[in-house]
Design a protein around this ligand. Structure first.
Ligand SMILES: CC(=O)N[C@H]1[C@@H](OP(=O)(O)OP(=O)(O)OC[C@H]2O[C@@H](n3ccc(=O)[nH]c3=O)[C@H](O)[C@@H]2O)O[C@H](CO)[C@@H](O)[C@@H]1O
Ligand SMILES: C=C(OP(=O)(O)O)C(=O)O
Length: 426
């Protein structure tokens, strides 16, 4: 299994190109299942999850054609789902990538049925899909759960518009509901919808495919179902979590990074927190310039749905704050088990105590490189950040987590002065 080896202590300086967003790509790709005409997605990141989603679409009978494979070139994928040959998303693919559940809504809307392996929990928490299922039920789908699979069947004549009131904000359930509602007969109203920028990107793509959606970016979405959607070309939005992660890399190494393509409007809570920590941020024509300006100040931060501070940035901030000049309090309110990086950071000398959903991070003067184990995607990035700042060598094992969400991580970091390499191994 590959590992990342970092010799820390180098100040990072230079340009980092920000890739297309993983979490947008994973909800844009299933949109192709809603139409018999091709959907082209540009600025698609090269990530393990995007590859897995491509395989899933192939399994369902869609063809995927990729243009622009070379390093650095922006990549486009054309997905042609003219003929859906299977409506079954098998365990083997779903277990690798939870976002596979996002084929459920499109398949039942267009094909009248879908059978998707239940994704189960993962390292960061329990992650049920009850809200996805309730939303589809509100559109008339009948559900059956057996042998680890959920089978959804639309009424004769297809899904019908309905009222969906989410009891809590769910990104994935909102995405499934919106996609399904675009082909349901009549009007669907979704209340307490997620407002993440990736949901806005999804709605823009669906509108380009001919869908009618009002209230984009708000907590109430009103969708008029269409008989059919057409093809479109859509550019995947920049990855705000990747951009935020590199901003932390600048801060933790005392460096300055230009984040090409980063969009400040999607990152208000992240940028606010960085500024509070004493980091300078400048909006430029190309994106953002992030400069460490002295010591890192401690923060009190709570994760919550957009526009609040994202759970997907918690581990990276924790790594950064482990070197702050005081004690921070981080509260994780989205996923009950998203502190798996804490014992690993502690192995590098961080002083962190978890009490229930909160973690007290007492800044230490320095971290020392160690062998650490990545447990999930953002935890891995937290460990990479700690390694960049630590004295000596850090080895991050289980790199496959990072490959799910960070395109060419070692290349991007080496290009701005990090001493980092990927080492293959058993
Ligand atoms: C591929 C993708 O876009 N992943 C993101 C998406 O995950 P995902 O869509 O899985 O996250 P959700 O927004 O659905 O989860 C939010 C909370 O709702 C709960 N819940 C969710 C669905 C459900 O049916 N029942 C239920 O109880 C979850 O356990 C969690 O506590 O949003 C998360 C929250 O911003 C991010 O961390 C993930 O990076
Ligand atoms: C939790 C994440 O992703 P996923 O929902 O794909 O597991 C993430 O991107 O941090």
């Amino acid at each position: 299994m590959d590992r990342i080896v970092i010799r820390g202590g180098r100040r990072l300086e230079g340009r980092v190109p920000i890739s297309g967003a993983k979490n947008a790509a994973l909800t844009l790709m299933p949109c192709a299942l809603l139409s018999s005409a091709p959907l082209t997605l540009t600025n698609l990141p090269r990530l393990a999850d995007v590859e897995s989603f491509g395989h899933l679409l192939n399994e369902l009978g869609a063809s995927t054609t990729v243009a622009g494979r070379g390093a650095g070139a922006t990549r486009a994928m054309t997905i042609d789902a003219a003929a859906v040959q299977s409506t079954v998303a098998p365990y083997d693919i779903v277990r690798k990538m939870r976002a596979s559940i996002l084929v459920l809504g499109p398949l039942v809307a267009r094909e009248g049925q879908a059978t998707v392996s239940l994704p189960g929990g993962c390292a960061i928490g329990n992650r049920p899909i009850d809200l996805h299922l309730k939303a589809l039920e509100a559109l008339g789908a009948e559900l059956e759960i057996a042998a680890g699979y959920v089978k959804a069947t639309a009424p004769r004549g297809g899904l019908v518009g309905g009222r969906i009131v989410f009891p809590l904000v769910s990104v994935g359930a909102t995405e499934n509901a919106v996609m399904a509602a675009t082909l349901a007969r009549g009007t669907t109203v979704i209340d307490n919808a997620a407002r993440e920028p990736e949901i806005i990107d999804l709605c823009r793509c669906l509108i380009a495919m001919g869908a009618s959606i009002d209230g984009v970016g708000s907590e109430r979405l009103v969708i008029e179902g269409r008989d059919a959607l057409h093809g479109a070309t859509h550019e995947v939005m920049p990855d705000r979590i990747e951009a935020g992660s590199y901003a932390c890399a600048a801060a933790i190494t005392g460096g300055t990074l230009e984040l090409d393509g980063a969009r400040a409007e999607d990152m208000a809570a992240i940028l606010h927190a960085l500024r509070e920590a004493g980091v300078e941020i400048e909006e430029t024509e190309r994106g953002l310039t992030v400069t460490a300006a002295g010591e890192i100040h401690p923060l009190t931060l709570s994760t919550a749905p957009f526009p609040a501070f994202p759970t997907d940035m918690q581990a990276q901030f924790m790594a950064m704050l482990s070197l702050a000049n005081g004690a921070s309090v981080l509260t994780e309110s989205i996923f009950e088990n998203r502190y798996m990086h804490v014992p690993e950071l502690a192995r590098m000398g961080a002083d962190i105590q978890v009490r229930g959903r909160s973690a007290v991070v007492r800044g230490v003067p320095r971290l020392i490189g160690a062998e650490v184990m990545a447990t999930d995607l953002r935890a891995s990035m937290g460990l990479v950040l700690a390694g960049l700042a630590a004295e000596g060598e850090t080895q991050v094992h289980r790199v496959y987590h990072l490959d799910r969400g960070y395109e060419r991580l070692e290349d991007k970091l080496s290009a701005v002065g990090a001493d980092i390499e990927r080492v293959g191994g058993a």
